[in-house]
Ligand binder design. Structure first.
Ligand SMILES: [Zn+2]
Ligand SMILES: [Zn+2]
Length: 305
């Protein structure tokens, strides 16, 4: 957990040192490419229907919710509490989006906050270029040994099992969809929807560090962007989030729409989750209209991607 709002990157990680050397695992790249071929080409071959589009859209929203509520706000940042049973449900549903195990995701994400936009960052568009920041990180095996940053998650055997067998949830959920619906609905609902969720998620790592405005003078290039917030159910308030990552909500002011937070509030009403964290009042006071510039960042000598 790296929740210090003013945490600076360690000096040795600032650009000017050696850039990270990405190691893309071919199996991940191949699976990713195949999903795109079926997801983007399949609907042209088998056709679509009103039902297939509705299922695609509904599963986009459901899956995006679990990306942001589970992978990000719960497993990576522990911004709220839940039961062990619902923790498992959140892990299963997050992993249904095919973005690998929750422990792997949280480890990478905590690393991103610790080393944001330095040479060490696994997905900085400033350091590594668009391709690596957008999707190369999901294939990348180069930060496996980064110390005990996820021991809070590793103490649960069921999470360790899911993390190790991270393809089980998407395969099982996909088979259920194939058994329960027709081919058109299965192709659009599983393959196309998953590809859209991937690129929706990935915009936060790539575009949300280059497109948008900044309220808080963080040491990274994170931005706030309402279009990306709508696309990702609230993740577009990324500069707010980089400044104070312990808060469950990322939209800090009226108009900063955060659908994930709204759904979590509803879940809290029925007791599924609790102890949702708020940003401290002193971080909000007089800040609604404040705008700050992007910091000058030195770039590593040999960018990736
Ligand atoms: Zn985060
Ligand atoms: Zn970021």
């Amino acid at each position: 957990m790296h929740g210090n709002t003013n945490e600076s990157a360690p000096a040795e990680a600032i650009a000017g040192g050696s850039p990270r050397v990405a190691h893309w695992k071919p199996a991940h790249v191949g699976r990713f490419a195949l999903m795109h071929v079926i997801g983007l080409g399949g609907p042209f071959i088998v056709g679509t229907s009103l039902q297939s589009w509705i299922v695609c859209a509904v599963l986009y929203v459901v899956h995006m919710f679990f990306v942001t509520a589970a992978y990000h706000r719960y497993f990576s940042h522990r911004t709220f509490q839940t039961s062990r049973a619902f923790q498992f449900v959140m892990a299963w549903m997050a992993q249904s989006t095919g973005q690998r195990g929750v422990i792997w995701w949280a480890r990478n994400h905590r690393h991103h906050h610790r080393f944001s936009d330095t040479a060490e960052d696994i997905h900085s568009p400033v350091q590594t270029g668009f391709l690596q920041s957008h999707m190369g990180w999901i294939f990348d095996e180069s930060i496996q040994a980064t110390g005990k940053t996820v021991s809070d998650l590793e103490r649960f055997p069921e999470l360790r099992w899911l993390d190790k067998h991270w393809l089980v949830p998407p395969v099982v959920n996909g088979l259920i969809l194939f058994a329960a619906t027709d081919l058109q609905t299965s192709i659009s609902g599983f393959f196309l929807s998953m590809v859209l969720v991937w690129h929706g998620t990935f915009t936060i790592n790539s575009l949300c560090h280059v497109w948008g405005w900044r309220r808080y003078a963080t040491t990274d290039t994170s931005r706030n962007n309402i279009w990306l917030a709508l696309l990702t159910l609230g993740e577009g308030w990324h500069n707010n989030h980089h400044h104070y990552m312990r808060s469950t909500r990322q939209g800090f002011f009226p108009g900063e729409i955060d659908i994930t937070y709204g759904i979590l509030r509803l879940m809290a009403l029925v007791g599924l989750v609790w102890d949702l964290r708020e940003p401290p009042a002193e971080l909000l006071e007089g800040m609604q209209k404040v705008r700050v510039a992007v910091p000058e960042l030195r770039r590593a000598s040999q960018p990736l991607g």
